[in-house]
Write a protein that binds this ligand. Structure first.
Ligand code: NHW
Ligand code: EN5
Length: 388
C-alpha cells in the first residue's frame, strides 16, 4: 500500500509493539564516501535548485508556491499562509545548511514548482540526544500532484542530510504514514468569534446567539499576572535554564541551548511572541509562554481573505499556574488582533484547554521520526516538541 514508505527506514505498521525490536536507529550510518554524490533524477522537464531565502526574489517565489499550494483543511476552506519573515526565521536557525532548502524548477520557464526543507536540531529521545533534521514545507504544485515527485524530493533531502553526517529526522503531517510516534489533536480558542463564524471556521453553538457567543469568549484588556512582560535578549540565559529543566520531563523534546533559545524564542514581530513572569520581589524568571504567527488564507469568502492565527509554542510554569499564564497569553494575543489561538494537546496543554474554552478541531497532527524506532506510540502529553 505505501510503496515508497515501505522501502524507508521508518517504523512499519507490522512491527508495532514488537518487543523483540530495540528502540533506536533502524539502520546504522554508512561511511560518507558511500553516500550518493549526485542528486536523484527528476523527470526530465524539471531541475533541482537550492533556494537562498536571503534573496528577496527567491523568498517571494517560495512564499507564493506555499501560499497557493501548501496545506489546506479537509474541506479546503483555509490554506496556511506562512509569511516571508516567518519562512526566513524557520529556515535560518543556528547551524542551518543552505543545501537543505531544496526547490524544483520547470526547465522551460524556471518556475518554482516544488519545495522541501530541513533544518538541524538536537532532539532528545528518552536519555539519548540525537542530531536530527527537522523536515518541513514539503510542497508540490497542485498541477503536478500524484506523479510520485514527493518520494524523489524526500530521497534528495535525505541524501543532503546524510552528506552532513546526520542520519535521523523528525517531521509532522496531517496524514497517516508509517508510523506515528504520537497523534495529537488540534484545539482552537476563539478570540474573534464573529469573524470565525462568518468565515466558516467555527459554528454558532446550539442554543447560542451571536451576542452570547461574543460574551462567552470575552477577555480582559490586559494580563493579570504581576511581572508578566515580553521576553528580552538579556533573558536568554534564564529562559534557557527554565525551558531545559521543563523539557527534561518529556520522552521526546528538543535539546535547546542559549543560541537556540535566542533564535527560536526571542520575540520577532509577526513571527514569534514570548512572554515571561519576572518576580516583582526577587526578579527571578519563574514562568514563560510563547506562540508563533501563522495566518491562513480564507478561500472564497466575500468579506475576509486572511485568518490571523496564533499557535501555542513552548510554555513553562513553575510559580504562576499554567492556566493563568495561558489566559494571559490569550489576552495578549487578543490585543495583537489574532482571530484564534490554536494549541496541540502536547506537554501539559490538556490542563488548560477545556477550562480556557478551547474546543477540539477537525484536524490531527501526526509526529514521525525517520530512522529511529519507538517500540510503542507515546501519549501526546509525553511529547515536548512543537514543529512549525
Ligand atoms: S506535512 C505537509 C505536507 N505538505 C502538504 O500537505 C502540502 C499540500 N500537498 C502537497 O504538496 C509537513 C502534496 O500532496 C505532497 C505529496 C507534496 C504532500 N509526508 O508525489 P506523490 C511536512 O512538510 C507520500 C510524507 O505522488 P503528491 C513534512 C505518500 O504517502 N510523505 O504525492 C514532510 C506516497 O507514498 P506511499 C507523504 O500528493 C515530511 C507518496 O508521498 C506526505 O503529489 C516528509 C506520494 O507521492 C507527507 N506529508 O505529493 C518526509 N504526503 O509510500 C521526511 C504524501 O504512501 C522524511 N506522502 O506510496 C525524512 C527525510 C530526511 C531524513 C534524514 C535522515
Ligand atoms: C506541519 N507543520 O486541518 C503542519 N486544521 O483542527 C502540516 N480546523 O483549523 C499538517 N474543515 O476545527 C497540518 N474549527 C495538519 C492540519 C491542517 C489544517 C487543519 C484544522 C485543525 C482546523 C478548523 C476549521 C475547520 C474548517 C472546516 C476547526 C473549529 C473551531 C471551533 C472553535 C470553537 C470551539 C470548537 C472548535
Amino acid at each position: 500500500r505505501h510503496t515508497f514508505w515501505e522501502t524507508q527506514p521508518v517504523g512499519q505498521f507490522k512491527d508495532l509493539g514488537d518487543v523483540s525490536l530495540p528502540e533506536g536507529p533502524i539502520e546504522p550510518p554508512t561511511p560518507l564516501s558511500e553516500v550518493k554524490q549526485e542528486p536523484y533524477n527528476l523527470p526530465s522537464q524539471y531541475e533541482w535548485t537550492t533556494c537562498d531565502l536571503d534573496s528577496e526574489e527567491t523568498c517571494t517565489e517560495v512564499y507564493n508556491l506555499l501560499k497557493n499550494n501548501y496545506v489546506e483543511d479537509d474541506e479546503n476552506m483555509f490554506r496556511f499562509n506562512y509569511s516571508k519573515e516567518f519562512l526566513r526565521w524557520a529556515l535560518h536557525p543556528p547551524g542551518y545548511y543552505r543545501s537543505w532548502h531544496i526547490g524544483v524548477r520547470a526547465k522551460t520557464n524556471k518556475k518554482l514548482v516544488a519545495f522541501i526543507t530541513g533544518v538541524p536540531a538536537r532532539i532528545r529521545v528518552r536519555d539519548e540526544i540525537v542530531k536530527m533534521a527537522e523536515i518541513n514545507f514539503l510542497c508540490v504544485h497542485k498541477k503536478l500532484r500524484s506523479k510520485r515527485l514527493a518520494p524523489v524530493m524526500i530521497k534528495e533531502v535525505t541524501r543532503r542530510v546524510h552528506l552532513e553526517n546526520i542520519w535521523q529526522a523528525a517531521y509532522t503531517a496531517g496524514v497517516v504514514l508509517p508510523t506515528p510516534i504520537t497523534t495529537c489533536q488540534y484545539w482552537h480558542r476563539s478570540l474573534n468569534p464573529k469573524k470565525l463564524i462568518d468565515v466558516g471556521f467555527s459554528r454558532l453553538g446550539a442554543r447560542m446567539t451571536m451576542s452570547r457567543t461574543i460574551k462567552l469568549y470575552k477577555l480582559p484588556d490586559s494580563p493579570a499576572t504581576p511581572g508578566f512582560r515580553k521576553m528580552e535578549l538579556h533573558d536568554v540565559p534564564a529562559v534557557t535554564r527554565l525551558l531545559r529543566n521543563y523539557l527534561s520531563q518529556f520522552v521526546v523534546a528538543p535539546d535547546f541551548d542559549e543560541n537556540d533559545v535566542e533564535h527560536w524564542l526571542l520575540p520577532e514581530e509577526n513571527v514569534v511572541d514570548s512572554y515571561l513572569v519576572e518576580s516583582p520581589e526577587t526578579h527571578e524568571i519563574t514562568d514563560f509562554c510563547s506562540f508563533y504567527t501563522l495566518p491562513s488564507s480564507i478561500l472564497g469568502n466575500q468579506n475576509y481573505s486572511i485568518l490571523k492565527a496564533a499557535y501555542s509554542y513552548y510554555n513553562v510554569s513553575t510559580k504562576t499556574p499554567l492556566l493563568q499564564l495561558m489566559n494571559d497569553a490569550l489576552i495578549v494575543a487578543k490585543q495583537k488582533d489574532f482571530d484564534v489561538f490554536n494549541a496541540l494537546d502536547v506537554m501539559q496543554n490538556e490542563s488548560f484547554l477545556k477550562e480556557l474554552k478551547f474546543g477540539p478541531g477537525d484536524g490531527q497532527l501526526h509526529y514521525y521520526l525517520y530512522n529511529y524506532r519507538m517500540r510503542n506510540a507515546l501519549k501526546p502529553a509525553e511529547l515536548g516538541l512543537v514543529l512549525l
